[in-house]
Design a protein around this ligand. Structure first.
Ligand code: BES
Ligand code: ZN
Ligand code: MN
Length: 481
């Protein structure tokens, strides 16, 4: 082991049969490692963990159990996250060397995936804390195929982590600081100098010209005007139909005149998580130079109660030319998405149109943290989405879209209304959005209300904004391009 490391991390699947770096360390320490492991009853099972202090001048040796069978990318991400948890966020100039020589995987870039998981767990939104910990230091991952791992991390996974950080930053930021134009400014700064990117921002004037009454209606009670942010990444032939990702970007959701209750309202600062995930996904694809045409469409508005806010019972004109009766001003996500998905189809003729939104409490109650809801008009597409989610560790589960859900949103005075009489809420929300999408358009609706914010951590997500959707949509882009 390098002598300049203060800390070592090792994977020991079989403590009675040490191999690789662990065996070397054990031999050099006259069997001390082995004795320390058995004293701590370390069994090497996946999830087990022990720490040994002061072995051979190494401040800490962290040992992790692992399976002896082949690890998937997601399992490697989770192991990387476990290391980050063990190391903590107060590195204070120290150096950690992680030896992955005892891990098995069909993937050649083992340490790139470990580093990726480490980075995802290592995120903290601490800019508003006066006393921040000193987390500067060095973490080195050692495995075979070092060069391939280095390349995979620096040319690809690093940017995916960067996209997830961008998403979490945007979704964690207080509503006071992130309003529609502020979101645009942040994204502009992040994309500065990124190649093959065109950024277009629709202001109120452009929205008026296009009759985007639903998006404008939601934003009209706020002192901050709405925006529609469009990021085009041209990574493939210009004749190739793009994938379009449309993300709900409510920079704060008070509910509007249909005001939300007090408890938990603060969490509505992250009601832009869909838009933020879209920005993060396009960022990752563009930075690694994925050969795909990918477009992010982000309708941004703040939903406030005010004397000039829309009222329950108001009727809004949409870009489609149809009208929506506002039953609840708190069902605002579907309103901004109505204009956004219609615009996306008209403007870009996508081969796939995916929208992602913190749309309904109903989806969160049905599926909690384990799954985002996926709703489509095509069962095969839903199955395809489930496979993509499983592949990358952001799982989705289908909810239905039935003729009756469209029946429920018929209005007495307008073409449709924005909320039905009752259940199932997630499907009713999807039906409103679906009304603005051609039945032949391949369309995926993701409701992430239950997964965008974690109250307890997982291996790759610390408490707070999860950045859910960047990994999912990134995998989709890789598979569908
Ligand atoms: N942003 C909320 C949904 C939400 C709830 C997201 C909890 C994250 C956590 C959305 O705008 C909303 O208010 N939905 C209403 C819809 C209802 C009025 C038809 C809901 O789910 O209660
Ligand atoms: Zn909302
Ligand atoms: Mn709402």
């Amino acid at each position: 082991p390098p002598s300049d490391a203060n800390h070592l991390a090792l994977f020991i699947p079989e403590p009675d049969n040490l191999t690789g770096t662990a065996a070397t360390l054990n031999a050099n320490s006259n069997g001390l490692l082995s004795r320390a492991l058995s004293a701590q009853k370390f069994d090497g099972k996946p999830g087990s963990y022990a720490v040994i202090y002061g072995l051979q001048d190494i401040a800490t040796v962290m040992v992790f159990g692992a399976t002896t069978s082949s690890l998937t990318n997601v399992e490697l991400h989770n192991l990387g996250g476990k290391i980050a948890k063990a190391v903590g966020t107060d590195l204070d100039g120290d150096k950690v060397v992680v030896h992955a020589d005892t891990l098995k995987s069909d993937l050649t870039e083992i340490s790139a995936h470990l580093a990726f998981g480490y980075q995802l767990q290592n995120y903290r939104f601490d800019k508003y804390q006066t006393k921040r910990t000193n987390n500067t230091g060095e973490v080195v991952f050692v495995s075979t195929n070092a060069q391939q791992s280095q390349d995979a991390y620096t040319n690809d996974l690093q940017y995916l982590a960067g996209g997830i950080y961008l998403t979490r930053d945007l979704a964690s930021e207080p509503g006071k600081n992130i309003y529609p134009q502020a979101f645009v400014d942040r994204v502009n700064a992040q994309f500065k100098g990124v190649r093959d990117i065109d950024i277009d921002v629709l202001t109120l004037r452009d929205m008026k010209k296009r009759n985007m009454g639903a998006l404008m209606g939601v934003g009209q009670g706020s002192i901050h005007d709405p925006r529609m942010l469009v990021i085009e990444y041209k990574g493939a032939d210009k004749n190739e139909a793009p994938i379009v990702l449309a993300g709900k970007g409510i920079t704060f959701d008070t509910g509007g005149i249909s005001l939300k209750r007090n408890s938990g309202m603060w969490a509505m600062k992250s009601d832009l998580a869909g838009a933020a995930a879209v920005a993060g996904t396009v960022y990752a694809a563009a930075k690694r130079g994925e050969k795909v045409n990918l477009i992010g469409v982000m309708p941004l508005a703040e939903n406030m109660p005010a004397e000039d806010a829309i009222r329950p019972g108001d009727v809004l004109n949409t870009m489609q030319g149809t009208t929506i009766e506002v039953i609840s001003t708190d069902a605002e996500g579907r309103l901004v998405l109505a204009d956004a998905v219609y615009y996306a189809q008209q403007e870009f003729k996508p081969k796939l149109l995916l929208n992602i939104a913190t749309l309904t409490g109903s989806a969160a109650r049905a599926l909690s943290h384990e799954y985002a809801a996926v709703i489509t008009r095509d069962w095969d597409l839903s199955l395809q989405m489930m496979k993509i989610g499983d592949k990358i560790g952001e799982a989705v589960w289908p909810l239905p879209l039935h003729e009756n859900h469209f029946e429920q949103i018929k209005s007495d005075i307008a073409d449709i209304k924005n909320s039905g009489a009752g259940n199932p809420g997630a499907s009713i929300g999807a039906a409103v959005i679906g009304t603005f999408i051609d039945e032949k358009q391949p369309w995926v609706h993701l409701d992430i209300a239950g997964v965008d914010w974690y109250n307890s951590d997982t291996d790759t997500v610390p408490v707070g904004s999860s950045g859910w959707g960047v990994r999912f949509m990134d995998q989709l882009v890789r598979d569908m391009k």
